[in-house]
Design a protein around this ligand. Structure first.
Ligand code: ZN
Ligand code: ZN
Length: 441
């Protein structure tokens, strides 16, 4: 029982779905070949989980925060902070970070209309050269400005100065054919002066990127070759540092993260997870699943809680590729025996998704996700298949994302009896119980 008390959490991003016509009215998870997931369902306990709340479509970062036992209502710094962290940029207290896209817009009267949110998926040297040009915008209204290109058409923007706020709306309308939006204060914002100031700077930045990029020789050349020009940068998801308690402090477990997607690495990094790199882990459907699972198993040696993230299932859902999604789920299933060996040795394993991304609509929805927990201290239910429909009859019934950590603490005997409160921190190892359980093996 060398892994007793250790936890592996596998989150397949956007894996949950609805019935799809072309899959014979099954969900991709029902349709996929998943003998291992089914075996785990049979041995474990299952149910549904609303990552945030019933009917609320979660973003990936808020869903992960909730699953890690944080309250996105009160403990959400904004996505920009996580994205920047995912690229290794730890923003300081006086900075606001935004995710950005190079986009294509055309002028219509006084408006800029979005033609393509990804500027024909511009990437490589061209994007890098345009980013360099934008780095000449280094100050607006006394605030330091820095634009950094990351992957493909993406980048982030950092504003640095006194009295800035992240409580502002996106410039990106998230929709083709819609006008670029003026950033304004969020309705909930109370830091009024800072919000006004920050929104104004963002609006100026967006217009400046258009004037720098629209006639840039690279874009002139792109148009000549029938490509879309990257003639604007659209910021979204403002984020600013807030006090986020360390995962280990909160839950008494040393955490590690096996993920390639920058957002997930960023969330984990900000909560104090050790980031583990894996060769061939891409954050894309072609990722090295086996390599990730092996790395996670190795990490159990030194860490108590190992989080594995697989992004491809969500990516295929956004491109409405139900067959591809089902295939990817089968590939994940095929690699599961690597993890299943640790369960035999006492590890607790959790399999779930961070939200539903129905292939029929290609965006996140508020449907609950299937959840499976298996390990040495489980009260089994009758469910023998792991999919959205079968787990409706599961013993966990329907929980919220933020309740998962408590259940895991209990299942690994880390939770003291309610009311006893043996220490100011409600989470502590209970070695006596552990030893007793081990003796019974
Ligand atoms: Zn997600
Ligand atoms: Zn998604």
């Amino acid at each position: 029982m060398q892994y007793f008390g250790k936890i592996i959490l596998l989150v397949c991003d956007g894996m949950a779905d609805r019935q799809v016509k072309e899959l014979g009215d099954k969900t991709p998870l029902e349709y996929a070949e998943t003998p291992n997931m089914d075996e785990l369902a049979e041995k474990g306990v299952t149910g549904l989980m609303d990552p945030i709340a019933p009917g609320v479509p979660p973003s990936s970062d808020t869903a992960h925060l909730a699953i890690f036992g944080y309250d996105p209502e009160k403990e959400y710094p904004g996505r920009g902070l996580f994205e920047a962290a995912g690229y290794g940029y730890k923003i300081s207290d006086d900075e606001v970070a935004f995710r950005c896209n190079f986009s294509t817009v055309r002028k219509r009267d006084n408006e800029l209309i979005v033609v393509d949110r990804r500027a024909g998926r511009i990437s490589g040297d061209e994007a890098e050269a345009l980013a360099k040009e934008l780095q000449k915008i280094d100050e607006i209204d006394g605030v330091k400005v820095r634009f950094v290109h990351t992957l493909e058409h993406r980048g982030f923007l950092i504003l640095k100065g006194e009295g800035l706020s992240a409580n502002i709306t996106d410039s990106d309308p998230h929709e083709v054919g819609a006008p670029v939006l003026e950033s304004v204060p969020l309705e909930s914002a109370v830091d009024f002066e800072a919000v006004q100031k920050t929104a104004q700077i963002v609006n100026k930045f967006v217009l400046q990127t258009f004037s720098v990029l629209n006639t840039h020789p690279i874009n002139v050349e792109r148009i000549k070759h029938g490509k879309l020009p990257a003639n604007i940068v659209l910021p979204r998801g403002a984020g600013k540092r807030i006090k986020l308690e360390n995962f280990e402090e909160r839950w008494g477990m040393k955490p590690a993260c096996v993920a390639a997607g920058p957002l997930y690495r960023g969330v984990a990094f900000e909560l104090g997870f050790k980031l583990i790199d894996v060769e061939g882990a891409t954050g894309l459907p072609n990722t090295n699943i086996k390599g990730k699972f092996e790395a996670a198993v190795n990490a159990l040696e030194n860490y108590d809680f190992v989080f594995i993230h697989i992004k491809g299932t969500d990516t295929l859902s956004h491109s409405k590729d139900a067959k591809g999604k089902a295939e990817m789920i089968s590939r994940i299933d095929n690699a599961l025996p690597i993890i299943m060996d640790t369960i035999k040795e006492g590890a607790t394993f959790v399999l779930t998704a961070d939200h539903t991304t129905p292939c029929s609509i290609g965006i996140h929805s508020g449907d609950p996700v299937p959840l499976l927990i298996t390990g040495p201290n489980i009260r089994r239910d009758f469910v023998k298949n792991f999919d959205e429909i079968s787990v409706v009859r599961g013993g966990l019934h329907r929980i919220r994302g933020k309740e998962l950590m408590n259940i895991l603490l209990d299942m690994t005997h880390r939770a003291p009896e309610y009311g006893l409160r043996p220490s100011p921190k409600h989470v502590r190892y209970l070695p006596k119980i552990w030893n007793a359980l081990k003796l019974n093996e």
